[in-house]
Design a binder for this molecule. Structure first.
Ligand code: GTP
Ligand code: SPV
Ligand code: MN
Length: 591
């Protein structure tokens, strides 16, 4: 092929086939150079796909508005096309591979006519590290190219690392007409292939992210003996300079980015505590040579929720977005060409366009930014990025934390009795739904390990894989915890201050890992003594409230059992016996 950046035969053959299928007017081999990206940004601005923002206030930043019907992941149109239906399991949508290819190729046929095919080589994980996996995404979207340049290690160095290997993930994205009725996000684990059509929204089209790094990678992890999880990774440095790493799985829009970039409360800062961000959304984890669990963030940037991000809740995230960032579906301030979103500050712009690109009156009660509006920011912008961010070996994990939005039931924090009980705790996770996916918001649903929309195979097999990993790790396995920042009073107000103050809970978690904090044994696991969570310096929060959110209400938990049983029933004989045992133990404990 003309101007090809590789001689890898499997790459060339696959691209040639897709060129014949999609029939682009032009082909552009993305090399990752700044000149090429700059050319694409300029072209994106000339077609209206991008708006260049104020170069003085937001250098290198752009606004992108998606189609009105295309603002979040579409779980109902996301398919695992494994050969056998039972391998996708009861929590995924499944389509037979032959039928899916047929359907998708019919949609993709001629889809690049009059357009350019961009060929994006990218790496998930630092290029050349033992964690790294390579992918090629074909797209007809400039937004996708410049976003992949932020979210992944993108460029021709990937071809050098790949050599002649056939071990890479194929990704085809076609915008087509952004037709909701023909929107499909399909995964073919047996072919390491992803095809996404009729969308331009991040989670559906930045194929390195959820599609590859979770749905395909979870399959690879199962085969190769490692784990791909919807988890942030952070390091908590104590005053002696010792850093403890934890990984935490919360469902979409439930606080991963916020926790990953947390700024400790003043009294901890004064003592010298620091939090370092390794990742805010995805963790790949494998057993290291020392037998411990080591984690790497395969991404290179943050695709974070904009609304609610402000100098108080998450200054590190806000600062990360102040240069070289792409904003999607936020408010455009027409006076100074900057962006705004709900609760960024108390001064919504008077002369502005909303996320739909319409003139917006901030006093009419309508939202200016979409609730799932996002920023795409380079990890290197983050003031608290970990020195280990690019480490080929990753970081050793001491604790795994599960969590979700539960107004009642789940206490602020508890620890599992052991690894298998921890797998049970993850498997019964439930959370109120958010705007990160289309559909109703605020409905409690089971979301095991925060992987419900992202596990690329049968969830029963996935749990069995977790149990297997625990066996491999033995007494070096991380301790497993569950947190809930979202307990509310009867009027629906959050009881726990959250955000930076979540460090107070992390502090207890780290002490539990070190064996220096006590705990009370309850029906669901180990719960802190209220006195062991430091609440010094908290206004409007007292020990009585803390005790109330640490409470394990046996009635609520007994009601929970029915929900767990109903959920577990879906998995039939794929439900690991260990989890049934753990459920029996819980039932007995609640008697
Ligand atoms: P994805 O990118 O969708 O995977 O989301 P995420 O898990 O990274 O969630 P994020 O940190 O962006 O937080 C989403 C929403 O939760 C924001 O509106 C935050 O303001 C809110 N939030 C985060 N942490 C807390 C907390 O400790 N307490 C409360 N009450 N809200 C929080
Ligand atoms: C999530 O929904 O969990 C996200 C955003 O992190 S998306 O990339 O759309 O999946
Ligand atoms: Mn996420």
């Amino acid at each position: 092929m003309k101007n090809a950046l590789t001689t890898n035969p499997s790459v060339l053959k696959w691209i040639q086939e897709k060129v014949e299928l999609t029939q682009p007017d032009q082909i552009m081999w993305i090399d990752g150079s700044e000149e090429q990206l700059e050319q694409l940004r300029a072209e994106g601005c000339s077609t209206g796909e991008l708006t260049k923002l104020n170069e003085e206030k937001l250098p290198g930043c752009y606004l992108h508005l998606s189609a009105l019907n295309d603002v979040a992941r579409v779980e109902g149109r996301t398919f695992i096309c494994s050969e056998k239906e039972e391998d996708a399991g009861p929590t995924n949508h499944w389509m037979a591979p032959a039928e899916a290819y047929d359907l998708l190729y019919n949609i993709a046929r001629g889809a690049y006519k009059g357009r350019t095919m961009y060929i994006i080589p990218y790496s998930m994980g630092p290029v050349g590290s033992p964690f790294a996996k390579y992918g090629i995404e074909l797209t007809d979207s400039i937004y996708v190219v410049i976003s992949m340049a932020i979210m992944t290690r993108m460029g021709k160095q990937v071809y050098e690392a790949l050599g002649d290997s056939n071990d890479w993930i194929r990704g085809l994205h076609c915008k087509c007409d952004i037709d909701e009725e023909k929107r499909y996000i399909c995964h073919f684990p047996q072919d390491n292939t992803i095809i996404s059509v009729n969308s331009g929204y991040g989670g559906n089209v930045l194929l390195g992210k959820k599609c590859f790094a979770l749905r395909i990678a979870s399959n690879l992890g199962r085969k190769e003996g490692w784990m791909a999880e919807h988890m942030l990774i952070l390091g908590l440095e104590d005053p002696e300079g010792k850093t403890t790493y934890v990984a935490a799985a919360f469902p979409s829009a439930c606080g991963k980015t916020n926790l990953a970039m947390l700024i400790p409360p003043e009294l901890y800062r004064e003592k010298g505590y620091k939090v370092w961000c390794v990742g805010d959304d995805i963790a790949w984890m494998r057993v290291g040579e020392d037998g411990r669990l080591w984690a790497c963030n395969p991404e290179n940037g943050f695709f974070g929720v904009a609304p609610g991000t402000n100098m108080k809740s998450n200054p590190n995230a806000l600062i990360s977005t102040q240069k070289n960032t792409i904003f999607t579906n936020v408010v455009l301030n027409l006076d100074d060409n900057t962006v705004w979103w709900e609760s960024m500050d108390k001064n919504p712009p008077k002369n502005a366009n909303n996320w739909k690109g319409e003139k917006w009156d901030c006093t009419d009660g309508s939202k200016g930014a979409h609730p799932n509006s996002r920023f795409t920011a380079p990890a290197e912008n983050c003031p608290c990025i970990s020195s280990e961010f690019d480490s080929p070996a990753g970081v050793p994990i001491s604790a795994i934390i599960f969590g979700g939005r539960r107004a009642k039931t789940a206490p602020l924090v508890y620890q599992s009795r052991d690894w298998d009980h921890g797998v049970f705790v993850g498997s019964i996770m439930a959370s109120e739904t958010t705007a990160a996916a289309t559909g109703a918001v605020g409905v409690v649903r089971r979301d095991p390990m925060a992987m419900l929309p992202f596990c690329g195979y049968h969830m029963g097999d996935y749990w069995a894989h977790w149990i297997e990993m625990g066996k491999k790790l033995g007494d070096k396995a991380p301790k497993i915890f569950n947190v809930n920042w979202f307990r509310t009073d009867d009027e629906g107000h959050f009881l726990w201050p959250g955000f930076g103050d979540n460090l107070r809970v992390l502090d207890w978690i780290v002490k539990r890992c070190e064996g220096t904090a006590d705990a009370q044994t309850t029906a669901i696991g180990y719960v802190p003594y209220a006195e062991d969570i430091n609440i010094d310096g908290l206004d409007d929060f007292d020990l009585a409230t803390l005790k109330s959110i640490l409470e394990v209400d046996k009635e609520l938990w007994s009601a929970e059992i029915a929900g767990i049983e109903e959920f577990y029933a879906k998995f039939g004989d794929k439900l690991p016996a260990k989890l049934v045992e753990e459920l029996d133990t819980l039932k007995n404990n609640l008697k």
